[in-house]
Design a protein around this ligand. Sequence first.
Ligand code: CP
Length: 321
Amino acid sequence: MRLHYIVEAQEFNRAMLEELFDIAGEMEHVVWEGGSKLLDGKIMASLFYEESTRTRFSFETAMLRQGGSVISTENARQFSSVSKGETLEDTIRIMNGYADVIVMRHYESGAARRAADVSRVPIINAGDGTGQHPTQAFLDLYTIQKELGRLDELDIAVVGDLANGRTARSLCYLLAKYRNIRIHLVAPEVVRMRQDIKEYLARHDVWFQEETNLRAIIGQVDVVYQTRIQKERFGDRADDYRAAQGVYVIDREMVERMKPASIVMHPLPRVDEITVEVDSDRRAAYFRQAQNGLYIRMALLAGCLGKDLQRQPSEVQFSGN
Ligand code: CP
């Protein structure tokens, strides 16, 4: 069965993730060899209602590297007919007539599900408000596997804006599928991880703990997954933003406390939560992580439009499970 909608990370099971990572590995070779024609004649619409550098350009590159074509708008909120009052559902129905796959980023949590509900062509969630960012979580796991050689038996600190961070949320859903995972949720008080994720982890018997002292645990973890405090999500809560900003910073002194065989990740963009002096440390994996996004997104598009990925519906866990 081909991949169709990619809306929530937890819809993927371990078998699907393993196959996805195998295909992503093949895509690395495809890129080194100058690309393929696998998606020749296929068209991807990138419909981004929020800003993006990595997700949008890596999806567009993923399509072009496989011989496909891209239609897109700079800023769908301003330059699509949504500015005239068109609904998301109508926009998706119209785009169905033009594109073979729609990659969508939206400012509202749940928007990708709404789009998928009315779409005949695959919808790929490229981030929906403070909801999820499943393709980021896939590339995050792929990076951990490449860097550390395993996805079971991990001790990971997920740090920063966990209330608004859709990448951290999607990552937690996926980590719950692996064995002997320990998750330290390290967040300022005003942006602690929301209850739904904590309940999901508890329901799936995943060890997790909320922490405030990153320095105390940084020496024991395999992965520090740092995230940005998302100023744009605070609205008029300027005091809350000031309380959260700058609390957890990974600098050279912090990295030197980490195990030699550990890594620092970040979905990016960063502001000042990882200092630039860390970039030259071998443990700084965040630029390699962003590069892996291309290979994962090539594999996902191939799964939606070309190459089959095996889906095992009995193992698929949808939200609420
Ligand atoms: N990680 C990520 O989603 O980056 P962009 O916002 O630049 O796409």
